[in-house]
Structures are given as structure tokens and as C-alpha cells.
Design a protein around this ligand. Sequence first.
Ligand code: ADP
Ligand code: MG
Length: 348
Amino acid sequence: MSLITLGILGGGQLGSMLSVAAKKLNVKTIIFCNDRDAPAQNFCDEFIHADYINKNKIYDFAKKVDIITYEFENIPFATLNELNKLKTVLPKPSVNRLIQHRLAEKDFINKLNIRTTRYVQVENKEDILPLKDFLPGILKTTTMGYDGKGQYPIKDLDEVDLLNIDFNKEYILEKLVKLKKEISVIITRFGKNRFEIYEPIENTHKDQILKHSKIPAEINSKLFNQSKEWAISIAEELKYIGTLCVEFFIDRNDNLYVNEIAPRVHNSGHLTINTHNVSQFENHVRAVCSLEQIKLRKIYNAEMINLIGEDILKYRENPKLDDNQFFFDYLKKEIKEKRKMGHLTILK
Ligand code: ADP
Ligand code: MG
């Protein structure tokens, strides 16, 4: 007996894992995605392939579902807003609009008296010239960036000409933090002061793409507590419903900075499928569908390794795993360089 149908915008691996979690809760999933080959079609109950601005298909989708969420933040705001008139969209569209714009996102975080990297808006090449103080830095597109896409590291002002930057887009320039570590905190908020929060996860990136995550993070108790407190403040201030991830930097002096907020389930939380009584995916489905909130409990420590590009081949060909190892293949049709193809979780 299925009671609820959850619509999910976006059909990548996060959509797949949300669908698997939903199935366990007897929630039916319909995925809407603009990619014909979206891997989540292998896991959901129904798949709709259309563009995110295709009004007719969007209405058809809304008619079929009870509640709508998204696994990908770069959905046009107008689409979320239209959908929200027909069925409830959670997290609410205004949250997505704020967070999908790096400048608005950072302004919001600073207003909460939470530290971010130093940043400045850049609209054209000339804007960068007086900004020596922000170098070495990273120029980032204000919207549509992920996995390091739309980012240009800049050490010196003379490099700007060589980079061939498309100034039809908007950017921010961020001062580079001398990183000691990166961590993330995942929280699922069900309502006012009602949330489940995972402990900080320690992350390692390669070429700006997440490569490795582990719990426990090797950090002091002050950073452990501060990162959780900041994640709670952000979720409460946004009146967020669902799972959210806050990515943090820790510099060489143990200062904590918020890097960015992901208004969705997050790659660093894949290990929660195997380490906790309730995964980040199940918690998201529980929160957006108003299902029961269950007290979170960690059962294992673990590490997770992202299988990027051809890394997947070895496991596809010979998935010889120990009892404490869990291999996930996202079933993407094409192997591409820098593309997340699967992951391996190893319980400790
Ligand atoms: P994306 O939206 O692509 O995840 P991020 O802003 O999180 O973009 O950047 C990806 C990664 O690049 C970060 O996790 C970090 O490793 C590195 N990075 C980004 N900005 C900075 C910065 N200001 N200082 C140091 N490292 C950074
Ligand atoms: Mg990031």
C-alpha cells in the first residue's frame, strides 16, 4: 500500500539513492530530469525526461505527485516556483534561489555572523585589477557551478588575460584559504528546533572534486561543536525542511569557515547509508514527506572513496569485496574523466 508519491527533480546518483531510501519507506518516486540517460531511472518508480522549462511536462509531473523535492540545486527558480503553486516543493524554492547564487549565499551566511572566505563580486575584467589583496584566489561563476566547474584559480593579475574568462557570466573572486582540512556537516531539519544532525565528516578533494570522506573527522572538539552549531543556525534561519549539507574549510590556524551550503543530500554523506541507523537520504524523505523522525544513531565509523572516471572499471570487472566493503555503481552509461561513476564505503 503506497500512500505518498514523491516527485524528485534531477536524476543523478543522488536521485537514485533518494529513490532507494523512499522505496524502503513505501514512498513512490517519480523522477523528472533533462538527461535522457539519467542514472536514477534505474531506481525510481517512474521517469519523466523533459527540459526543466517544458511547462506541459512540468504540469503533468505535478499532477502525478503529492510532494516535490530536488537532488540538484541548479533547477531554474521559475520552475520551482511554478511547481510550488501546484504542489508543495521542499526545501522551499526561495531557499534554493538564495543558495544557488554564490554571492547571495555568502552574504546570507555573513549576516548570521558566521565566517566565510573573503569574497568580492566581479562583473568584468577591469574589476579584478585592483583586487591584488584577494590573490591568490579563485574566480567562481556565481551560479551553475559544481565539482569545480566554472572555477579559475588565479595567482597573479597577469594571468587574468590568459584565462579566456567569459565575462558574460557573473563571478565572485574568493581569497584562497590555506587549507589544513575540509569537513562537512549534514543536518536534516523536520521543523522548528527539530532536527537530526550527523557528526562532522572529513573530506579530501582532488582537482576540486571530492575524492575521500571519513568519520570520525580528525578535528578538535571546538571545531566539532562549532561546525555543528553553525549548521544548525543556518538550517533554522532558512526554516529548512529536508537534508542540507554545510561544507567547511579549516585553515592552518584552526579557524573555521563556511565554504558553501548544499540545499540537498551530499556526496560526503554517502557513507551514512552504512554507518547510521537512518541515512541522509532516508532522513530527507522522512522530513519532506512528514514521516516519523527517528533518533539518529551511529553504528560504525567508515571511509568512503569516490570512484571517478575509469576508477570504476576495476570494481565493475571484479567486485571482490570484503564483508566491511560496500560498492555502489551509479550505472552511468558513459565513463568520462572527472565524472563520479560510483563509490566504495569501507566500515571501520
Ligand atoms: P563546488 O560548487 O564546485 O563544490 P566549491 O566552492 O566547494 O565548489 O570548491 C570546490 C573545492 O575547491 C573546495 O572543496 C576546495 O577544495 C577548493 N576551494 C574552493 N574555494 C577555495 C578557497 N577559497 N580556498 C581554498 N580552497 C578552495
Ligand atoms: Mg563544494
